[in-house]
Structure formats: structure tokens, C-alpha cells
Design a protein around this ligand. Structure first.
Ligand code: PLP
Length: 436
């Protein structure tokens, strides 16, 4: 039987670092990454045949749990009709209608048009290009610790793997391009106002994760998103809401929907989706008002394209997932997240380990510091070294956590009582490991 070590060694010989996305490499926790052969419900199975309760959920997409039978059947049926046509399909329209319906608030259409792409990186890259095309300006604002994919202009002080590896950005990004991105501390209104004052008439857009979840969870202060919209508009700039991670995961209308329910009233100019919208297949999207979205080719001058955009298998998975993601699914995911977050807190408190649990809807992460985490600087100012022993103790107990303290934990609707029980049993062992 192949071991994870053998699988990793074989992969390293032909794939850079043995992985096709850096955080999978266990760089910050050490040890050998699992080589996964299958997944079902709340569990993943490695090459040795061992099952783990999974809290990665494919980094978000598996809202319903892995390999939901109805999603798999939808993909199989689509596959039997052909893998890709390079032409429009009725399914693309159906998915766009579904998304637009979910974001109606009864006031006005927040999103009138949706363009499908294959990755969240493409979605945010296109949103930036659209904002520049619409405003005729070049500079963008992003926040430290927020991750918007790996396009050139968005890697500076980025979250996710860039944070995990402790990098300031990426080699290979021309200074002229990096220079068009202003990186500001999150939740800092004065910094946003100062940036607009310092660059009058030059800022095309602010892009922000709807709730930060790529440097651990960095929830927006109450009213911060609304402030960003108002400030951008006051200066003739646009606001791009990145819901690639939060969209359709924290609620049926994403983080934006949660804020609307809480009485906040604000409207982004462009929204990006990914992950859950494709139900585990490569699919993402950009949405917005018609007046901006219709600037895209073929109607307008902003170019964007994709051979596999709106791929019929991905669209089938997305439609099936969104149709199944009803209020009960979100209730179950929320309840499972609360159960795990509470158990993690209790286990760490029992061992006297200083920690804080940052939460944004059903997304949460642990930071090994007593004080709350509001900014990337806060997230970095923790005893991050405690995470590796914590992570490996959980893994040894059969629970697979994200292999970085800078990532959120992902629950699914398939995390039933038996899965939660296995997590609850493992946490005290991990807390002891973190304490030493
Ligand atoms: N935006 C956010 C908020 C994300 O979390 C991610 C990925 O984690 C992306 C964009 C990039 O998406 P993708 O990995 O599909 O390119």
C-alpha cells in the first residue's frame, strides 16, 4: 500500500513542491501532506485508506458536504451530454438567474448581470479591470491580509498561502503594477480616507473580502463595509465586494445578505463569487449593475474571455448546489460551526492556552492570543507556533484541519453528530499539545 510519504515524494519529483496550490504543502505545520483519494459527506480518505473528519471542505466549496449524491448525479448527467461546447448553454442562464434571484432584496436589483469564469482569481482580476475601465483610473485599494487570488496586482500583503509562507507578496510582479495597489490596514477608516486624500482622482476601486477569512477570520467592524461603499462613491470610485469565500457559504445571499438582514443598507458596485457557486467544480463569477457589467466584451470595451467559462459540468454542480442550499442547510452549518468553535474554546481554556476565536457567520478561526483580531497585524501578533502541534494532534486523532493558522475552519451540512463527536473527542488532546 502507498503511504502519504511515498505519494508526496512521487509528487515532488514532478510537481513543484509536490502540490498544485501552496497551502496544501503543510509548509507552516511541517510533516507530510495527506494524499486524498476520495471524500464523502464530512470525511476525506487518504491513500492509506484512513478516514478523517474534514474541516477544510475543499477550502469552502463543499457546503453540503463532499460528493453530495444529487450534485454528483447532476454532474454525471451533464457529462453524458458532453464535457464542453465552447458555446452558450441554457444552464449558464439558469445559474445566473438563480444567483440574481438570491440577491434580490425587494429594493432594487443589486446584481443585474453575471459573467461566469472558472476561478476566483479570474473573477477579482476581471472586476478590477472593469472598475478601471468604468472609471478611467488606475489605482486600487486592498486590505492587508485579504486574499483575492493570485493576479499580479492583488498579491501585496495578501492572505492565504502568502500569509502562511510569511511572504510580503510575490517575485515576478512588476514594480509598476504593484505600485498601483495601495495596501491599507483593515477596519481602519482613517487610513481609507487618507488614501483618497493622497491620491485625488486616481483611485478606481476599493476591493475587500466581504468578511476577511484568509488571515484567519478578520470580521469587518460594524458598518465598515457600508463606510467603504460611501467613501468610494464620495470620491468617484467603485466598491468591489469579494464574496468568493463567503458567498453562499455564510448565508443564502452571502455576507452581504447577513448585513442586510442586520439592517445595514449598502450596495456594492461589483461582487465576485467562487467556491460554493461551483459546488466543488471550477466555477466563479462577477456580478454587478448592468451599466457596469455591460462594459464587458462583446458589448463594451473591457475584454474578458475563457475557453471553459461556464463549463456545463461546473454549471450543473453549481445549480444543484444552490438549489439544495436552503435555510435548513445554513442552519445546520451554523450550528455545527458553533459546536466546534465552542468545543475548541473549552478545550484550550481548560489547558490555559491564551486564544481568541474570530468568527464571521459560520466561518471561524483560532488565534493564539488573548486579544481580539481586527487587522492582519493583530493576526500576525500571536503565538502561531502553537498551531503546528495542535494541528498534528488533531490529525493523529483523525480530524483534518486547514494546515495553517491563517485559514478559516470550514463546516458543512454533512457534519452530523457523529462527526462533531469525533472533533470534540480530539480537541482536548490537541489543546494539550498546543499548551506544551
Ligand atoms: N477571493 C477570496 C476571498 C478567496 O478566498 C479566494 C481563494 O481562496 C480567491 C479570491 C481566489 O479564488 P481561486 O482560488 O478560485 O482563484
Amino acid at each position: 500500500m502507498t503511504s502519504n510519504e511515498q505519494a508526496a515524494a512521487r509528487a515532488r519529483a514532478v510537481i513543484p513542491g509536490g502540490v498544485n496550490s501552496p497551502v496544501r504543502a503543510f509548509g507552516s505545520v511541517g510533516g507530510t501532506p495527506l494524499s486524498i483519494v476520495s471524500a464523502s459527506g464530512a470525511t476525506v480518505r487518504d491513500v492509506t485508506g484512513r478516514d478523517y473528519v474534514d474541516l477544510v471542505a475543499s477550502w469552502g466549496p463543499a457546503l453540503l458536504g463532499h460528493a453530495h449524491p444529487e450534485v454528483v448525479a447532476a454532474v454525471q448527467q451533464a457529462a453524458a451530454r458532453g464535457l464542453s461546447f465552447g458555446a452558450s448553454t441554457p444552464g449558464e442562464t439558469e445559474l445566473a438567474e438563480l444567483v440574481i434571484d438570491r440577491l434580490q432584496t425587494g429594493r432594487r436589483a443589486e446584481i443585474e448581470r453575471l459573467r461566469l469564469v472558472s476561478t476566483g482569481t479570474e473573477a477579482t482580476m476581471t472586476a478590477i479591470r472593469l472598475a478601471r475601465g468604468a472609471t478611467g483610473r488606475d489605482v486600487i485599494i486592498k486590505f492587508a491580509g485579504h486574499y483575492h487570488g493570485h493576479s499580479d496586482g492583488l498579491l501585496a500583503e495578501s492572505g492565504s498561502g502568502v500569509a502562511t509562507l510569511g511572504l510580503p507578496g510575490s517575485a515576478g510582479v512588476p514594480a509598476d503594477i504593484a505600485g498601483l495597489t495601495l495596501v491599507l490596514p483593515y477596519n481602519d477608516r482613517a487610513a481609507v480616507e487618507a488614501a483618497f486624500a493622497a491620491h485625488p482622482g486616481r483611485i478606481a476601486a476599493i476591493i475587500a473580502e466581504a468578511a476577511g477569512a484568509n488571515a484567519g477570520v478578520l470580521a469587518p467592524d460594524e458598518g465598515f463595509n457600508a463606510f467603504l461603499v460611501d467613501t468610494a462613491h464620495a470620491h468617484g470610485a467603485l466598491f468591489i465586494l469579494d464574496e468568493v469565500l463567503t458567498g453562499f457559504r455564510v448565508g443564502s445571499a452571502g455576507w452581504w445578505g447577513l448585513e442586510q438582514q442586520a439592517g445595514q443598507r449598502w450596495t456594492p458596485d461589483l461582487v465576485t463569487f467562487g467556491k460554493v457557486i461551483g459546488g466543488g467544480m471550477p466555477l466563479a463569477a462577477i456580478g454587478g449593475r448592468a451599466e457596469i457589467m455591460d462594459l464587458l466584451a462583446p458589448l463594451g470595451p473591457v475584454y474578458q474571455a475563457g475557453t471553459l467559462s461556464g463549463n456545463p459540468l461546473a454549471v450543473a454542480a453549481g445549480i444543484a448546489t444552490l438549489r439544495l442550499a436552503d435555510a435548513e442547510v445554513y442552519r445546520r452549518v451554523d450550528a455545527a460551526a458553533s459546536a466546534v468553535a465552542d468545543a475548541a474554546h473549552a478545550a484550550l481554556a481548560a489547558e490555559g492556552v491564551a486564544h481568541t476565536i474570530s468568527r464571521a457567520g459560520s466561518l471561524f478561526s483560532i488565534a493564539f492570543r488573548a486579544d481580539p483580531v481586527r487587522t492582519y497585524a493583530d493576526a500576525k501578533a500571536q503565538e502561531a507556533w502553537r498551531y503546528a502541534p495542535f494541528f498534528h494532534a488533531m490529525l493523529a486523532e483523525g480530524v483534518a484541519l486547514p494546515p495553517s493558522v491563517f485559514e478559516a475552519w470550514f463546516l458543512t451540512a454533512a457534519h452530523d453528530e457523529s462527526a462533531l463527536e469525533r472533533i470534540r473527542a480530539a480537541l482536548p488532546v490537541a489543546a494539550t499539545a498546543a499548551a506544551s
